[in-house]
Design a protein around this ligand. Structure first.
Ligand code: A2P
Length: 264
């Protein structure tokens, strides 16, 4: 894709695609090589992209693998007329891909005050940073319970998360703690499923807490990370504020943190 004839900008490295999986017509995941000097905190994002017409075309993507992993995993939507993902969805094993050098983000454990229960609220490809965090040993050192919620339009969209969670028991670092401490809570909104409804609805009507057998959000013990579309972020954030939780950042840790799922 034009990598040989155009000079690489200094802000990126050219990595190699190691593997790919197309989960549905709308989403796929890929694993790419990780440069030895590339350091990040589980939950952060990075610019990822391709050379297009001799220029880098980059978008922010959350790392979907933990900081200790040798490779870098990503989970992407396919937007048929999206400038980047319309091209990226055709990438093949062995192809080159551009990777930024400066990871950043607020969905990191350092941005939360100590707590007992960690909620990871995600919709669609917003599960990606949590794919990183649920394989991070520090997550289980800091919290007694971890609740990963994933809401998608259709049942097939839940497969990536189901697979991820099913494989946790074989994980070399969190294989014991994760299955004991993590609850995976899924719902759909547009296709019949055993549990339906937006996460905001399930929080508001109390069904989430009833199903989990825990009290409603409480700032003394609960911490929250939120990742999804802009509208989902806004609405879920409102519910956290209403429950008395305060927003945190890298500079000032708090009770909840928010980040948008990046795609075109
Ligand atoms: P819905 O089907 O009711 O729109 P999207 O692909 O549009 O990002 O949606 C992914 C999931 O997030 C869908 O289940 C969708 O529900 C849900 N969703 C969309 N907007 C919101 C919102 N404002 N608050 C909570 N969930 C939302």
């Amino acid at each position: 894709m034009g990598f040989d004839d155009a000079p690489l900008p200094k802000t990126v490295t050219a990595e190699t695609v190691l593997s790919l999986k197309h989960w549905t017509d709308d989403v796929f995941s890929l694993r790419v090589t990780r440069p030895a000097a590339f350091r990040f905190r589980s939950g952060e994002f990075i610019m990822l992209g391709l050379m297009v017409d001799g220029k880098p075309l980059l978008r922010a993507y959350s790392m979907a693998s933990p900081a200790w992993d040798d490779g870098l995993d990503f989970y992407s939507i396919k937007v048929q007329d999206g400038p980047l993902t319309s091209r990226l969805q055709h990438i093949q094993e062995g192809d080159k891909i551009l990777l930024g050098k400066k990871p950043t983000g607020t969905l990191v454990l350092d941005a939360l005050k100590p707590g007992k229960r960690l909620y990871l609220f995600s919709t669609g490809t917003g599960i990606a940073p949590f794919a990183s965090l649920i394989r991070e040993p520090e997550t289980y050192e800091k919290f007694d319970e971890v609740i990963l919620t994933h809401t998608c339009r259709n049942v097939a969209d839940l497969a990536y998360g189901e697979d991820l969670v099913a494989n946790l028991k074989d994980d070399p670092l969190v294989g014991e703690e994760a299955p004991a401490k993590l609850t995976h809570y899924t719902s759909t909104t547009r296709e019949e499923f055993e549990r339906m409804g937006r996460i905001t609805t399930l929080i508001e009507n109390g069904k989430l807490f009833q199903d989990l057998g825990v009290p409603p959000l409480n700032r003394d013990v609960d911490r929250v990370m939120i990742c999804g579309s802009m509208a989902m972020l806004q609405d879920t954030k409102e519910l956290c504020l209403k429950a008395g939780l305060e927003e945190g950042s890298n500079a000032a840790p708090g009770d909840f943190v928010v980040e948008k799922a990046f795609a075109d």
